[in-house]
Structures are given as C-alpha cells and as structure tokens.
Write a protein that binds this ligand. Structure first.
Ligand SMILES: Nc1ncnc2c1ncn2[C@@H]1O[C@H](COP(=O)(O)OP(=O)(O)OP(=O)(O)O)[C@@H](O)[C@H]1O
Ligand SMILES: [Mg+2]
Length: 255
C-alpha cells in the first residue's frame, strides 16, 4: 500500500532521513521504534506531506505522492494524528471531530454518515459531544484525536506516540481502539516509545536509529532480536543504566 524507497529528508538543508526504505502492506500495523531524534516523526511528516523528501520515492497504491501537498495526500486516504496537542481546547468534542471532516463538508449526507460511524467506533464522541475538549482527560483527548482523523475514513492512519503521557487504563483504551481499527481493515503506521506496547499491537516492526532503518521484520521477530530486546525491552544483555562502568567500584559519588 505505502512504500518509501531511498528517502532522504530533513530541515533547513540537512538530511535527517538517510535513505529510508519502508513498506506498509494493506491491513498491517507497522510500529517504528528507536531512540529520541532517530527520525521517527520525520518519517510520518514526509508521508503526510508536511515535509518534502529531498530524494527518493514515496508511493501510495503505486502512485507517487512525494511531491504532493498535505491535502492531496489526505484525499488519498492517509491521515496523521500528530504527537500531541492536536485538539482545540475551547471547542467542543463535536466541533473538534467535525473539523476532521473538513474535506467532505459540502456533502452533508456523507458528513452525517461518517459522524455516526465515528460515534460507533468511539462512543466518547457521542457521550461527551458538548464538552470542551480542554476538559477531557489525556486519554479521552487521545481518543478524540483519533476519532477526528476517522472522519475521512482513512486507508492508512499515521499515529505519532499515541501512548505518550497516558495512564495504564487510558493506554489500554487507546490500544483497544487501534486494535479495533485494524480488525476493521484500516492499515496503521505507528511510532511508539512504549516499545512493548507498540510491538505488542503491531504485526510488523521497524527499528530506526540516526535517520536510518536498522532492522525490519515481523513484530515478533523484532521483539525477539537479542539486540532490540536488550536495548529497549529490558532484556538481560545490557547493564542497567545506573550501573557503574566495568572496572569501577560500587561506591556512589556525589556530584
Ligand atoms: N522542525 C525541525 N527543525 C529542525 N530540526 C528538526 C525539526 N524537527 C525535528 N528535527 C530534528 O530532526 C531529528 C529527528 O527528529 P524526529 O522528530 O524525527 O525524531 P523522533 O525519532 O521522532 O524523536 P522523538 O522520539 O524525540 O520524538 C532530530 O535531530 C531533531 O532535532
Ligand atoms: Mg517523534
């Protein structure tokens, strides 16, 4: 469905992404993991058209989208839920969700149908319709952010750190929603710092570091990779972060 080949992109002339190859097949959940600054959000930004690649090719269903504007990419069925603060706090939940249907605003019937569909998928959109988005909890806001992007009935959803700042219960709710969307046939490309959650939800995994893809595979294979397990999943190979370097005693030093 979505394919990136040898993509370079960056900010102000320099390239952050260094020849990134990535594939999202239909009805998969792909999770990108990697340290801060690896270029994960940059990958989502080039796909959604917020950032132009300086080289390489991006295609959706076989058609090049690398030079298209964000609204054209939206029309092709790709929507992005940004990393945070995506709602208008002084507007109601209903108004925020309606903004997601901006591109179909002239087709009243379709707009109403989509709103009903979104309420089915995310009941909060109906039960809290009149409340200011700013009065919702972090978990509820995240659900509404995802609900808003469903107004265009996307084929591919790009989610940047959906678990960020959420308590375990909200996190489970968001994970259930992503799982349900996938079951209904939506393809998902996810960036997650919570590697266990992300790779647990995903069918495929991508590990990025320094603007490059270091490893790709099924989520299970990426999770089981000994290096990934030790780096991100608390495996036994890497020493704990606060352990002293080899050869030094265990005395604590005050700074
Ligand atoms: N708007 C910007 N202008 C200039 N440099 C940027 C901009 N956004 C990101 N960068 C730089 O690009 C690199 C990759 O950033 P990116 O946001 O893609 O990383 P990330 O993997 O999503 O990290 P994080 O886990 O912290 O969200 C970083 O070095 C960052 O400082
Ligand atoms: Mg990021």
């Amino acid at each position: 469905m979505l394919s990136m080949k040898a993509v370079f992109a960056g900010y102000g002339g320099g390239n952050v992404l260094q020849s990134v190859d990535l594939e999202c097949a239909e009805q998969t959940i792909t999770c990108i993991v990697g340290p801060n600054g690896a270029g994960k959000s940059t990958v989502l930004r080039v796909i959604s058209g917020l950032l132009r690649p300086s080289a390489g090719e991006i295609t959706m269903d076989g058609e090049a989208i690398g030079d298209q504007a964000p609204d054209e990419i939206l029309r092709r069925g790709i929507t992005q839920v940004p990393q945070s603060h995506a709602l208008f706090p002084a507007m109601s939940v209903h108004e925020n969700v309606l903004m997601g249907g901006y591109l179909i605003r002239k087709n009243r019937t379709l707009l109403r149908e989509r709103l009903d569909m979104v309420k089915d998928r995310v009941p909060l959109v109906a039960s809290r319709a009149g409340d200011h988005a700013g009065n919702l909890s972090g978990g509820q806001r995240r659900m509404v952010e995802i609900a808003r992007c469903l107004m265009l009935d996307p084929k591919l959803i790009l989610l940047d750190e959906p678990s960020l700042g959420l308590d375990p219960r909200s996190l489970a709710g968001v994970a259930d929603l992503i799982h349900a969307l996938h079951q209904e046939g939506t393809t998902v490309l996810l960036v997650e710092q919570n590697v266990r959650l992300g790779l647990g939800l995903a069918t495929h995994g991508v590990v990025m570091e320094g603007g490059k893809v270091r490893l790709t595979g099924t989520a299970a294979a990426v999770k089981d990779d000994p290096e990934i397990a030790s780096l991100y999943l608390g495996g036994t190979k890497a020493p704990p972060l606060n352990s002293p370097p080899a050869g030094q005693g265990t005395e604590t030093t005050s700074v």
